[in-house]
Design a protein around this ligand. Sequence first.
Ligand code: ZN
Ligand code: ZN
Length: 690
Amino acid sequence: MIIFKAKRVTITSALPYVNGIKHLGNLAGSILPADIFHRFMDLFGVDNVYICGTDDHGTAVEIGALEEQLSPQEYSDKYYEMQKEIYKKWNFDFSFFGRSSSSSNHKITQDIFLSAYENGYITKENIVIPFCQTCKRFLPDRYITGTCPHCDYNRARGDQCEKCAKVLDSQDLKEPRCSICNGNSIEFRKEKHLFLNLPLLQQKLQEWIEKQEHWPDNTRNLALGWMKEGLRPRCITRNLQWGVKVALKEYEHLVHYCWFDAPIAYISITKDGYEKGAIQENWKHYWKDSAIYHFIGKDNIPFHTIIWPAILLSARDSEQRDTNYQLPYFVQGYEYLNWEGQKFSTSKGIGLFSDEVSDLFPIDYWRFYLSSVLPESKDSNFDWDDFQRRINNELIANYGNLFYRVTHFIKQNFNGCVPKGQLDEDGAELYKKLHETVAAVEDHVSDVKLRAALSDVFAFSADVNKYFQEKRPWEQKNAYDVGNTIYAAVNLLRSISLMLYPFMPSSAEEALKALGDENKEWDHIEDERLKTSDKIEAKLLFKKIEDNDIEKAKKYVSRYVKSSDKSGIKTSGKIIEEKEKIEMVNEMIPIEEFQKLDLVTGTVVDVKDHPNAAKLYIMEVDIGSETRQIVAGLREKYAKEQLKGKQIILVANLEPKELRGVKSHGMLLAAGDGTLLCPVEPVANGSKVQ
Ligand SMILES: [Zn+2]
Ligand SMILES: [Zn+2]
């Protein structure tokens, strides 16, 4: 029986910033383990929700939108949809995947702020902020560039110098410039802003954190370390357009800093999910009468253990508003997952990204591998050879092969039906072990030690493997013994598959389906549910990773590898769009291969019918340095007038080719049914396409 204590559980994973696509490290350090934990709660029959969504506000979104010539709303709509699609591929079972820009989040944030204000936790202070007179906007420090006062590096950022690594204030920079327009008309303006008075809450927080003895050590120690240094008031407002407007007179031109409204979105996403019918139980129960579990990365620990609880405490006991929400029950802060010994980096393109991995191997391989290296108590590392080894030697050798051998044996020898059998002495012994394994998994899941829970299951699977090997049913003469062995093995495989379900939901579901028993109740995990003559299917769940598969994967170049773009936002968006059009296959080429192509823009200056071919035109194309004659099969699709003056893309370094007697010195690019590809805006003829 399940010993899980809480009657209701609320699970959240850190809200990913809406801009950009998340790398594997981001998933391993919050979304994946939260999903596993949530699926265990479902199995245990615990009333629970899993809440996630995008963090839509903030300067990065405003600037990203500016670069893509979209409004912040359009920009975040676009990336919200993209992220949602990616997470579907990963099989993340959110109760609701919402966003921090929803109207309910605006409302709840304003309510919490006003309660905190009335309770006396908000103070007003003057601060100095850079303002660009050309862009007519306030800028955060990191959007100011100038000369570092310490090392004279002339492209230092206003928050930190990249060269000498000193933390800066944009006012320290010599010759400050605006990073958006590159102009130098920067003015430093003094303005009143609002602060959350954290020192007033220090005592209460300290007492509360000290009581959280069930938290993981890394989380609790980090929080206590921060408390020791003493808390300072923290500014909660910004001069931006995009965000939650401050609902206080004289401050209505400001919005809340996005870190203020982002965690509140955990609550409002639950409300949105409830109102849209995705969550059945009243949303308030999950924030007023529930054990709240936050799954986050290490860098988010101080925020979720100190600042977020401080926000909640500041809004308590309001006489005017219903803003009494519970403090977190559990904060699981993950350390970092590294990529082949290096830090993941979106800007440097180190590592693989959440939308790329399924190009290489099935999602459940990734879910399994990442689960087995979750950085629970220290940093862990992704390593291709280790990936191959664990998939082949653990997932497949230990579970996948056993599954196939047993189900195949039943197909061959018993016409696909569970044979007559009962537990022999060894079988009964294994059921005792199953009982212990189930108890160990329950304990580990209760402590959010998911890695340990996974290895419990595999240790047990190894025992069943050993049993099957030693009984050698393929050599046994006695039909009675064979029946008993197979009966025990196939029933135990059902229990193992169900225990693996939270980690690898789609493979486990496939396995349970093949066994003809899709029951997902933990209460029945130790039952011998498969009975004599139940129909089952032989199933190969996984395919071994061959050496050349892994060699190919090692050569895979992340499409986020790029150089120039400063923010990393614009380029990644473009790259993703291309990806959706081109079906990616396992046969990857290194970027150097692609760069061999000389793709240039050119304008069609003349079009004639080909004298000997009804489908071909002869076209003259101006590519800047020269005019090329090319032959193209566009006659059925376009009239000559439609083509004249059009800018097209030409492969300029193809060997000339004769088509029905006319030489073609290049090839233009078209897609699908022969639709011509053209630049959206005119560019100089001869511009290189990259
Ligand atoms: Zn500017
Ligand atoms: Zn410097």
